[in-house]
Design a protein around this ligand. Structure first.
Ligand code: 13P
Ligand code: ZN
Length: 277
């Protein structure tokens, strides 16, 4: 079946919706945050009729992945605003193809007027590679947002995986069900480029999500709903914890480690033992 507009293709439509959802949450001031989606063969065939007659030039990424050779991604543009994606997709997002060496991209659709993929494309790319391997190919979405309360927490909690995982698990009952392995924490680093990409992808071999200190949140998922839902859950739990602290009242009770263990059989999960007392 053909489509009259690329925005009607389900993968593109879902991508645009997620950009709008993130904007509506207040996580994407100005050009903050970025989204990439690894396309299926079907997605590529459905969008191919809209590709440019001539793809643009290859651009080396500074990172490489064997398991993403020849892959296609939908990506937000660098410096583009999430709030504008729904109004003009071709100017704010694009489709890139990865070369046979797995180290360069070229634009085949969108990113009009000389725009380029997000400056965090190296991070997205390496994390797609790691999550693809960790999930036997299920992972397709990588999302970075400037989630307000997650950022706030990075000023008042020690920057380690265990502390963040425990605070988030204990601030809202269903958090341990959604990320039983916990969450990683990347110390403050210069945004964009290969260094933050490598530090994040090291953590994402074991976690679905990582906090970037004083910067934001980085999550993965098999589809837009699951990835967005994970970011939403983590940010909401951080918000609850911030509200508790902001109330200035002493914490009278919380979810105990025994409570956390009690959740396991009911939800068929195993919590990361390193993070339980
Ligand atoms: P881009 O506009 O290049 O996507 O950068 C935004 C951002 O959040 C960098 O971390
Ligand atoms: Zn950012």
């Amino acid at each position: 079946m053909g489509y009259t507009k690329i925005e009607e293709v389900p993968a593109v439509c879902g991508f645009i919706r997620m950009c709008t959802d993130g904007w509506e949450q207040g996580w994407h001031e100005r050009n903050g945050g970025n989204l990439t989606y690894r396309m299926s063969k079907k997605d590529v065939e459905e969008t191919r009729p809209f590709f440019d007659a001539e793809p643009r030039e290859w651009v080396n990424m500074g990172v490489q992945a064997d398991n993403l050779k020849g892959a296609y991604f939908i990506t937000t543009g660098s410096g583009k605003f999430m709030r504008n994606v729904q109004l003009d997709a071709a100017s704010n997002i694009g489709i890139v193809e990865i070369n046979d060496a797995g180290d360069s991209w070229r634009i085949v659709w969108g990113l009009a007027g000389g725009a380029r993929p997000t400056s965090e494309f190296p991070s997205h790319f390496l994390n797609h590679s790691v999550r693809l391997a960790a999930t036997n190919g299920a992972n397709r979405v990588i999302y970075h947002c400037h989630a307000t309360n997650v950022i706030a927490l990075t000023f008042i909690l020690p920057l380690d995986d265990r502390t963040f995982s425990r605070v988030l698990w204990k601030s809202m009952t269903e958090c341990p069900v959604i990320f039983p392995e916990g969450i990683g924490v990347v110390p403050w680093m210069v945004p964009g480029g290969a260094e933050i990409a490598r530090a994040t992808s090291k953590l994402m071999t074991k976690y679905q999500a990582a906090v970037w200190a004083h910067h934001g949140l980085f999550v993965s998922g098999p589809d837009f709903d699951t990835a967005f839902g994970l970011a939403h859950t983590i940010e909401k739990s951080a918000e609850i914890y911030m509200k508790i602290l902001s109330s200035g009242k002493p914490i009278l009770q919380t979810i105990t480690d025994d409570d956390l263990r009690a959740i396991e059989p009911a939800f068929h999960i195993t919590l990361n033992r390193d993070f339980l007392d």
